[in-house]
Design a protein around this ligand. Structure first.
Ligand SMILES: O=P(O)(O)OC[C@H]1O[C@H](O)[C@H](O)[C@@H](O)[C@@H]1O
Length: 547
């Protein structure tokens, strides 16, 4: 019989308190094969978690915790299309978006895979037409530029993946507009010609105010030069709300649908991926889906001790619930993954930033950590100081490709690799005050000077990191990496006992913004708002010369 969750957690805490792996340096010295013991892989992807303070017993206890909440059963329910998004009574089937064409995945008795592939085929035909110039604008010119207007899940995934796969771009130039700040669309439209610009309006609900506002501005951009009739040729829409898209005035062949069982932050594999497909082409997009599929299969089949998403999730839980670390940093040593941390912020924090359990009761433990990051080596020259010597321990997840896409810049790639490995080594080893003192003395400092400076040059070390290594950032590798993180978030959510697939926490601010617009415009005195908010609105109106 499996343990209860509180029992499994309490066993993990006692295990940690017993100091099983309290000194990573000593653990490496004691077991020279520690790295191979705590590295798992899938194809060319390696996950080395040997620089986390865990041993075999930790993994056993974490496995028992996973068993106590039935993670594997929940995983199987997700893949089978059960309505595991309980607060919205929906299935969660982003995995069906990358399933093989002959798979059979049912929602309300209907196999959804043929619909998925019908949309993929339509996206393929449309992106082929744009890329080969056979689909043209109202004045007969081929499209040179495509703007994706969307926000949140309808923006972050396409932006991140398009940047990540820049070496595979051979289609029109891509631009992304998300912010309701007019500066974003103004700067984007500045150098574009309406005759050669296609606009994609990406919104699951087709009601999001930022997206609808930017879409209206983009529509004016097209209409002012080309007339109303050009809208149909210069726009496409990606949405689940097909009725609302129709109101916008788009023809059926310019609308690419998806379904309510695809969460916004899990939608990159659906029609929301169209900008990426336009940039890299149908075959590369299909490789991207295949990478995610490989991770889906691995997540379903591999035993817990070899299962990357399970282990990544369980180590995340170890750091959050047992060690109590409040945040984690994602540091890709891969400039083209520079938006990956931002993408993961939505994936992770919108999924697991909850404080009520599935039963509607307040959680008695913590839930998702803060997720943040920037690419290396840039971060080294900015916030790494805090990672090495700050008072909080922040686990870091590094990622590095063995090979870049620039064979003529091998030396730079080697420097990048050396930096990535050096950082995880430094975080693990640290430098004792004695070592710091000895170094100061050997570089000519006096005894007094060495005593004074040694504490400042001491690194506590023992700071946990995970390092991912992969051959090259191909479409397949990127798909696999994203799916790994999707499933990691899932595993952690099961242990937190929350629904990872709703996001009620984004609603209140939206409602208040709608109510405040008349106050900002001076059309309402704003009864019911607090004095700080009203005073700020008044100050801004004064600065704008409106009062
Ligand atoms: O795709 P849309 O319906 O326009 O939604 C865009 C985004 O807005 C919302 O506020 C949600 O928090 C996100 O999960 C969603 O991805």
């Amino acid at each position: 019989m499996s343990k209860t969750i509180p029992q499994a957690l309490s066993d993990l805490k006692s295990h940690r308190d017993s100091g099983a792996v309290s000194d990573l340096r000593a653990a490496f010295a004691a077991k020279p094969d520690r790295a191979s013991r705590f590295t798992v892989g899938l194809g060319d992807l390696r996950m080395d978690f040997s620089k986390c303070a865990v041993n075999y017993e930790t993994l056993t206890l974490l496995g028992e915790l996973a068993e106590s909440v039935g993670v594997e059963t929940q995983r199987d329910r997700m893949f089978a299309g059960d309505a595991i998004n309980a607060t919205e009574s929906r299935a969660v089937l982003h995995t069906a978006l990358r399933a093989a064409p002959d798979a059979d995945i049912r929602v309300d008795g209907e196999n959804v895979v043929p619909q998925v592939h019908a949309v993929l085929d339509a996206m393929g035909a449309f992106s082929d037409g744009l890329r080969d110039g056979s689909i043209r604008g109202a004045t007969g010119k081929a499209f040179t530029d495509v703007i994706n207007i969307g926000i949140g899940g309808s923006d972050l995934g396409p932006v991140m993946a398009t940047l990540a796969l820049a070496p595979y771009h051979d289609g029109p130039r891509l631009h992304f507009v998300s912010n309701v700040d007019g500066a974003h669309i103004a700067d984007t439209l500045e150098d574009l010609d309406p005759e050669t610009t296609l606009i994609i309006v990406a919104s699951k609900t087709f009601t999001t105010i930022e997206t609808m506002t930017n879409a209206a501005t983009a529509r004016d951009f097209i209409v002012s030069k080309l007339g109303k009739a050009a809208v149909a040729q210069h726009f496409a829409a990606l949405s689940t709300a097909l009725d609302k898209v129709e109101e916008f005035g788009l023809k059926e062949d310019r609308v690419f649908g998806f379904w309510d069982w695809v969460g916004g932050r899990y939608s990159l594999w659906s029609a929301i991926g169209l900008p990426l497909m336009i940039a890299i082409g149908r075959q590369n997009f299909s490789d991207f889906l295949a990478g995610a599929r490989a991770m889906d299969e691995h997540f379903q089949d591999a035993p817990v001790g070899e299962n990357l998403p399970m282990l990544l999730g369980l180590i995340g839980i170890w750091h959050r619930l047992v060690c109590g670390y409040p945040s984690r940093a994602i540091i890709p040593y891969d400039q083209r993954l520079s938006r990956f941390p931002a993408y993961l912020q939505q994936l992770d924090m919108e999924s697991n930033g909850k404080s009520v359990g599935l039963d509607g009761q307040p959680l008695t433990t913590a839930s998702g950590p803060t997720v943040w990051g920037e690419p290396g080596t840039n971060g080294q020259h900015a916030f790494f100081q805090l990672l090495h010597q700050g008072t909080d321990v922040i686990p870091v997840e590094f990622m590095i490709a063995a090979n870049g896409h620039e064979p003529h810049l091998q030396h730079q790639h080697q420097l990048l690799i050396a930096n990535c490995l050096a950082q995880s080594e430094a975080l693990m080893r640290g430098r004792s005050t004695e070592e710091a003192r000895a170094q100061l003395l050997s570089s000519g400092a006096s005894e007094a000077e060495a005593d004074r400076l040694a504490p400042h040059k001491t690194f506590p070390g023992n700071r946990p990191t995970i390092t991912f290594v992969y051959d090259k950032l191909t479409p397949f590798a990127l798909g696999r990496l994203i799916a790994l993180y999707e499933h990691r978030v899932f595993v952690e959510a099961q242990i937190f006992g929350i629904n990872a697939f709703d996001q009620w926490g984004v609603e209140l601010g939206k409602e208040l913004a709608t109510g405040l617009l008349p106050v900002v415009k001076g059309e309402s005195t704003g009864d019911g708002h607090d004095s700080s908010t009203l005073k700020l609105a008044e100050t801004i109106r004064k600065m704008r010369g409106e009062t």
